[in-house]
Design a protein around this ligand. Structure first.
Ligand code: GDP
Ligand code: MG
Length: 475
C-alpha cells in the first residue's frame, strides 16, 4: 500500500538529515525510526547513525550537527562542515535521500535559502537530485495545509522547493502517527525510482579531502597535547611549589558580535548571576569563594570597539577598578560554536591593549567554551591564523570551561600566570602612565579617575588586612 503506486517499497532505505540547529532533525530521526534512538535532550555535535525496521523496510538514518539559523555559511565552524560532508559515509554505499529539514515555525528568508545552498554545495552539485525538503512543526500550522504554507511563504522557499523538483513532506514530531512516516518513505521511494534506483554518491575527491584534513588534524592535536604536557611539566620543574593565592581578581572578557541562540539552544551568555541595576558602563561583578580562594570577577562584554570607543574605554576602566590594585589575570572567552574570525581577534587585541601593552598579554589566558562538543585542541587546530595569533600572544595559555569545576583548572592557570610574572598581578600603575602618554585628553582624565579609584580601594583594603602579604608570592 504505497502512495502513488509508482514505486515499489525498497528493502533498505538510507537517509541523512541536514539543516539548521533546532529545526527538528534529531526529533525527525526518532519519528522516522519509530523510537527514541537519537538523544534529543542534548545538542547533536557529531554525526550519528541509527537503524530500525520501519513498515517493512530496514531504514538507516544519519543525524548531523546543524548550522546556525540567521547566520551565514562563514559562521559555521570548519569542524561542523567536515561532519556534514562525512555524514554520507556513515550509511554506505551512500544515502538514497538527503532530507533538508525546515521548520515551518521560522520565517524562511533569503538567507535561509542561501545557507542551505552553501552547505549543500559542500557535497557537490549532484546532491540536488537526492534532496527532499522535510518540514517540521506541522502542529504549528493548525488547519493550514503545507501547500498553503509554501504558497504564502515567499519566493525564497519557492526557489528551494523548485530546486528539489517539488519534493517535500511535513512531519509533526509531537505525533507518533505511522501514516506521516509511511508517506515520507513512499515519497523517498518515488524519488529513488526517478533516479533509476541510484543512491547519492559523493564525489570521492571531496570525501578524500575531508579525510585528509581530519587525519592531519588528529596528528596536530596529538602534537599540541604533547607540547601542552611538556610546557606544564617544565613550568612545574622551574617554579617548584608556588604559594597559592588566597584572593584572585580577574577580568573576564567576552565578545558578542553575533547571537548564536537557536530554538532549543540556550544562550551561554544569559546565565551569569552578576549584580544588576547598574550603569551600563559599569562592569557586572561577581564575588564568590572557590577552593578556599576569594574570587572577584569583572565581566566586560566586548562590543565592537571602533563603534563605541568611549564606552569601551570606560567599561575597561570600570573593570580595572573592580580588580584594583590590578587583576591577576585577564580571561578572554572564546566560544567554539563559531569560527574565530579576524574581526574577533582584532576586537580582543584592541580591548586588551587599551589597558596595557606587553604586560597585558603576559596576564592573558584564553578560556574556551562550547556547546559544539569538540575539544579546544581540535578547535585550535581546525581554525586559522587569527586564533593562533591570539594564543601565541597569550603564551599558549588556554583552558576549557565546561562546568563550575573547571574553575580548579582556571585557578591553576592563573597561579601559573602570576608566578610567571614574578609573583605579581597586572600592574595598574603602568597602565596609568602608558595610557596617559598615548591617549587624548578625555581618556587621560578617565584614566586619572580610574587610578584614583584604585588607590582609594587599595587604601580601604590595606586598612582591613594585616600588613604582611595576604596573597602569598609577595602580591
Ligand atoms: N511542536 C513541535 N516541536 C518540535 C517538532 N520537531 C522538533 N520540535 C522541538 O524542537 C526542538 C529542537 O528539535 P531537535 O530535534 O533537537 O532539533 P535539531 O537541532 O535540528 O536536531 C526540540 O525541543 C523538539 O522537541 C515538531 O514537529 N513540533
Ligand atoms: Mg540535533
Amino acid at each position: 500500500m504505497y502512495f502513488t503506486g509508482e514505486a515499489p517499497p525498497l528493502k533498505e532505505l538510507r537517509v541523512v538529515l541536514l539543516g539548521c540547529r533546532g529545526f527538528g532533525k534529531t526529533s525527525s530521526g526518532n519519528i522516522i525510526l519509530g523510537k527514541d534512538v537519537f538523544d534529543d535532550k542534548t545538542k547533536t555535535v557529531r554525526c550519528a547513525e541509527r537503524r530500525a525496521e520501519v513498515i517493512g523496510r530496514l531504514v538507516t538514518v544519519v543525524d548531523t550537527p546543524g548550522w546556525w539559523n540567521g547566520l551565514h555559511f562563514s559562521d559555521t565552524p570548519e569542524l561542523t562542515k567536515q561532519e556534514i560532508v562525512s555524514s554520507v559515509s556513515l550509511c554506505p554505499p551512500g544515502p538514497h535521500a538527503l532530507l533538508v529539514v525546515v521548520s515551518v515555525k521560522e520565517s524562511f528568508m533569503k538567507e535561509t535559502w542561501e545557507n542551505i545552498q552553501d552547505h549543500l554545495m559542500l557535497l557537490g552539485e549532484k546532491v540536488w537530485s537526492h534532496i527532499v525538503v522535510l518540514f517540521t512543526d506541522r502542529d504549528w500550522l493548525g488547519d493550514t495545509t503545507i501547500e498553503q504554507y509554501i504558497e504564502c511563504e515567499g519566493e525564497s522557499l519557492h526557489w528551494l522547493v523548485d530546486k528539489c523538483g517539488n519534493r517535500y513532506h511535513v512531519l509533526n514530531n509531537q505525533s507518533r502517527s505511522e501514516d506521516q512516516v509511511t508517506q515520507l518513505l513512499e515519497k523517498i521511494e518515488e524519488m529513488v525510482a526517478g533516479n533509476g534506483g541510484r543512491h547519492f554518491e559523493a564525489d570521492t575527491t571531496i570525501l578524500q579531502e575531508v579525510e585528509k584534513k581530519r587525519s592531519h588534524l588528529s596528528t596536530r592535536v596529538e602534537d599540541r597535547e604533547t607540547r601542552a604536557y611538556r610546557q606544564e611539566a617544565t613550568f612545574k620543574f622551574v617554579m617548584g611549589e608556588t604559594l597559592p593565592l588566597s584572593e584572585v581578581r580577574v577580568m573576564f572578557l567576552q565578545y558578542k558580535e553575533k547571537s548564536t541562540s537557536a530554538r532549543g539552544t540556550e544562550s551561554k551568555d544569559d546565565n551569569d548571576n552578576s549584580d544588576t541595576g547598574r550603569d551600563p558602563i559599569d562592569c557586572p561583578t561577581k564575588r564568590w569563594e572557590y577552593g578556599g580562594k576569594q574570587i572577584t570577577m569583572a565581566f566586560v562584554t566586548m562590543t565592537p570597539c571602533r563603534k563605541a570607543l568611549e564606552q569601551t574605554r570606560r567599561q575597561m576602566a570600570s573593570g580595572m577598578s573592580v580588580c584594583a590594585p590590578g587583576p591577576h589575570a585577564f580571561l578572554t572567552a572564546v566560544c567554539m560554536d563559531l569560527p574565530f574570525s579576524e574581526t574577533w581577534r582584532r576586537e580582543i587585541q584592541e580591548h586588551l591593549e587599551l589597558v596595557g601593552g606587553r604586560g597585558v598579554w603576559q596576564h592573558n589566558i584564553v578560556v574556551f567554551y562550547s556547546s559544539a562538543g569538540w575539544t579546544p585542541d581540535q578547535y585550535i587546530e581546525s581554525e586559522g591564523g587569527p586564533l593562533h595569533w591570539l594564543l601565541e600572544k597569550s603564551g599558549n595559555r588556554y583552558v576549557e570551561m565546561v562546568s563550575e569545576s573547571s574553575w580548579t583548572e582556571v585557578l591553576r592557570k592563573i597561579e601559573e600566570v602570576v608566578a610567571l610574572n614574578g609573583g605579581s598581578h597586572f600592574d595598574a600603575e603602568e597602565l596609568g602612565s602608558r595610557m596617559g602618554e598615548v591617549e587624548p585628553e578625555n581618556w587621560r582624565l578617565e584614566v586619572q579617575q580610574l587610578a584614583d579609584r584604585m588607590k582609594e580601594q587599595e587604601l580601604v583594603k590595606s586598612m582591613d588586612t594585616p600588613p604582611q602579604s595576604e596573597y602569598g608570592m609577595g602580591i
